[in-house]
Design a binder for this molecule. Structure first.
Ligand code: NI
Ligand code: MN
Length: 225
């Protein structure tokens, strides 16, 4: 059995039978996070882009440990220069890791290390893991190619930002959910800061009004698959 645990903002923890994968482990400064950096334990970290609310505590978690950080190659090159083990990829490419297959998708956003270098293009990811397909869009605007992503992947869980200002807001994310045709839509990237306050109940109601399922996860909640 596998599970996906939500830790607030865009931070997901995916536990398979043998391995644990973090996506965007933003702990320090994440007002919603339910775990501490010293308790962080994983085998792989996937980063959608270089912004601090996504790279988060990656260096502290991964340095000196047997953890591989996966992401767009300019971002992983930067982390490698900080002594982290990495696996660089780029948009449209897929690779099969011991836990499952990862494919990078486009995301319409920006990406740089805070006060530092360009970190390549931002990305979303499609994860095929123990028979399920998970899409984490990363930070992004609504884009029409989500329709293509939906057509080419039988998505079980789609994690979409709803906080607006830096990413899609509620109405654009509802449109995205329609394009993706995912079995279950889960809102992320909201309520961490005042600038990205959003009403998850309104989102859930609107998703249900287009005949789809929405699961609102509170930090610490998990879904099993
Ligand atoms: Ni961002
Ligand atoms: Mn962000």
């Amino acid at each position: 059995m596998s599970e996906i645990i939500y830790h607030g903002h865009s931070f997901l923890e995916i536990k398979t039978t043998d391995l644990t994968i973090y996506i965007d482990p933003f702990i320090t400064g994440n007002t919603l996070c339910d775990i501490k950096t010293e308790d962080a334990k994983c085998d792989y970290i996937f980063l959608t882009h270089g912004h601090n609310d996504h790279v988060g505590d990656t260096i502290e978690i991964a340095r000196g440990k047997n953890i591989t950080v996966i992401g767009v190659v300019e971002l992983t090159d930067y982390l490698e220069s900080k002594g982290i083990s990495v696996h660089g990829m780029n948009i449209g490419g897929a690779y099969t890791f011991p836990f499952g297959k990862v494919k990078l998708t486009i995301a319409h956003h920006s990406s740089s290390i805070m006060n530092g270098p360009y970190a390549g293009e931002p990305a979303g990811l499609i994860l095929n893991i123990e028979g399920k397909t998970i899409y984490h869009s990363g930070d992004t605007a609504l884009f029409y190619d989500m329709k293509l992503i939906g057509e080419m992947n039988n998505i079980d869980y789609a994690f979409l930002p709803i906080g607006d200002n830096f990413t899609m807001g509620i109405d654009d994310a509802v449109k995205a959910a329609g394009f993706l045709n995912a079995k279950n839509i889960i809102p992320i990237h909201y309520n961490t800061f005042d600038l990205i306050k959003a009403n998850e109940k309104e989102f859930k109601r609107k998703i249900e009004s287009i005949g789809k399922i929405c699961t609102v996860m509170n930090p610490g909640d998990s879904v099993n698959f």
